[in-house]
Design a protein. Structure first.
Length: 337
C-alpha cells in the first residue's frame, strides 16, 4: 500500500507465511484510522502458532481484546449450549394455548364484520349527502339562508336510514370490553369502557328513546365522525392479528382520531344539550316521589352531570391514544449494547 509513514511517502508491504493454508481472498475494510484485513482458515482447527517460523516477527503483535484460546472457546461454546438447553426447557414448561388459532380467527372475523358495518354506514351517508346536496342546489341559488335550511333538512332522516346498522355495530362493540376483560387483547379496559358505554348511552338512551332527537342534524355528524374513525381502526387490528403492519394504515389509525375524536365528543355534547329540554318537558327517566329512596331524581340533572363525565372521558381517551401514537409513530429508541 502507498502511504505516509516513518519513511515518508512510500510503498509499504509485508509478508506473513501462515502455519497452515488459508483462503486465497482475504476481506479488506478501510476505516479512517486503519486497514482491517480478515484472513479465513481453510480448515477450522486450532493452530499451535500463527506463522511457520517459531519466532514471531517484530512487527506482529496480538490484540488481547480479541484473543481467544482453545479453553476459552470451549467454555464459551458450552455456555451457549447450556443457555439454549435452558431456553428450550423453559419453553417446554409453558403450556401451549390449544385455542390460539380459534382466538385469532374470532378476532379477525370480529374486526372484519365491524369494518364492513362502519364502511356501509360511511358510504351510505356520503352518497346520500352528495345526492341530496346536489338535489338542493337549485334552491340554494335563491338564498343562502334557504340553502342552509335545505342542507339541514337533508340530514333529517339519517337516524331512520342508518340506525339499524349503527345499533348492530355498537351492540357488537360490547365484545371489546369482554375481550379486554378476559385478556384476549392487550388493550386497557378503562378506555374501552369509556368509549363503548359513552357511544351506547347517546345512541340507545338519547337518540333511541326520543323521536324529537332523531331528526336533528347533529345525528348526522355523530354517526359520520364515529364511522370515519372506525374505518381505519378495525382494519389495523385485523391485519395485526395476522402479523401484518401496513405503514400508511398505521399512520392513519393513530392520526385521524386527532381531529375526529374531539369533534365526535363535541357532537355528542351538543346532542345531550339539545335533549335536556325534551327530557324536562316529558319527564322521561326522571324518578319522582314516592320511591324506595324517598328522593326526586330529575333525569336532566343526570344529563348535566354526564356532560362533565363526557369531557373527562374524552380527556382520558385522548391521553391514552396520544401515548399509543408516540409508541407506534414516535422515534424508535436504540438499545444500548
Amino acid at each position: 500500500a502507498q502511504g505516509h509513514g516513518a519513511k515518508g511517502d512510500n510503498i509499504y508491504e509485508f509478508e506473513i507465511e501462515f502455519l497452515e493454508p488459508v483462503e486465497p481472498k482475504p476481506v479488506c475494510r478501510m476505516t479512517q484510522r486503519q486497514l482491517n484485513i480478515t484472513v479465513q482458515k481453510k480448515e477450522s482447527n486450532w493452530w499451535e502458532r500463527l506463522t511457520k517460523q517459531e519466532k514471531r516477527p517484530l512487527f506482529l503483535a496480538p490484540d488481547f481484546d480479541r484473543w481467544l484460546d482453545e479453553s476459552d472457546a470451549e467454555m464459551e461454546l458450552k455456555e451457549k449450549e447450556e443457555e439454549k438447553i435452558n431456553k428450550m426447557k423453559i419453553e417446554s414448561r409453558v403450556p401451549k394455548d390449544p385455542f390460539k388459532h380459534l382466538k385469532k380467527g374470532y378476532l379477525i372475523m370480529y374486526n372484519l364484520v365491524q369494518f364492513l358495518g362502519f364502511s356501509w354506514i360511511f358510504v351510505n351517508m356520503t352518497v346520500r349527502l352528495f345526492i341530496l346536496g346536489k338535489g338542493n342546489m337549485e334552491i340554494h341559488l335563491f338564498s343562502k339562508m334557504i340553502g342552509f335550511l335545505c342542507l339541514t333538512d337533508s340530514f333529517y332522516d339519517t337516524f331512520h336510514t342508518i340506525s339499524d346498522m349503527m345499533y348492530f355495530c355498537q351492540t357488537l362493540a360490547l365484545m371489546e370490553i369482554m375481550n379486554s376483560l378476559i385478556g384476549l387483547v392487550r388493550s386497557p379496559l378503562i378506555p374501552s369502557v369509556v368509549q363503548v358505554f359513552g357511544r351506547n348511552f347517546v345512541l340507545f338512551v338519547i337518540l333511541g328513546t326520543l323521536e324529537e332527537m332523531q331528526s336533528k342534524p347533529v345525528v348526522f355528524f355523530i354517526f359520520y365522525f364515529w364511522s370515519i374513525t372506525e374505518l381505519f381502526r378495525y382494519p389495523y387490528y385485523m391485519l395485526s392479528c395476522i402479523g401484518i403492519e401496513w405503514k400508511p394504515l398505521t399512520w392513519l389509525r393513530y392520526t385521524v382520531w386527532i381531529p375526529l375524536y374531539p369533534l365526535g365528543g363535541l357532537a355528542e355534547a351538543v346532542c345531550i344539550v339539545q335533549s335536556i329540554p325534551i327530557f324536562s318537558e316529558t319527564g322521561k327517566f326522571s324518578l319522582g316521589l314516592p320511591n324506595p329512596l324517598n328522593v326526586t331524581i330529575q333525569f336532566p340533572f343526570v344529563l348535566q352531570i354526564y356532560l362533565i363525565a363526557l369531557f373527562l372521558g374524552v380527556f382520558v381517551n385522548f391521553r391514552h391514544l396520544y401515548k399509543q401514537r408516540k409508541q407506534h409513530l414516535g422515534p424508535k429508541k436504540r438499545k444500548m449494547k
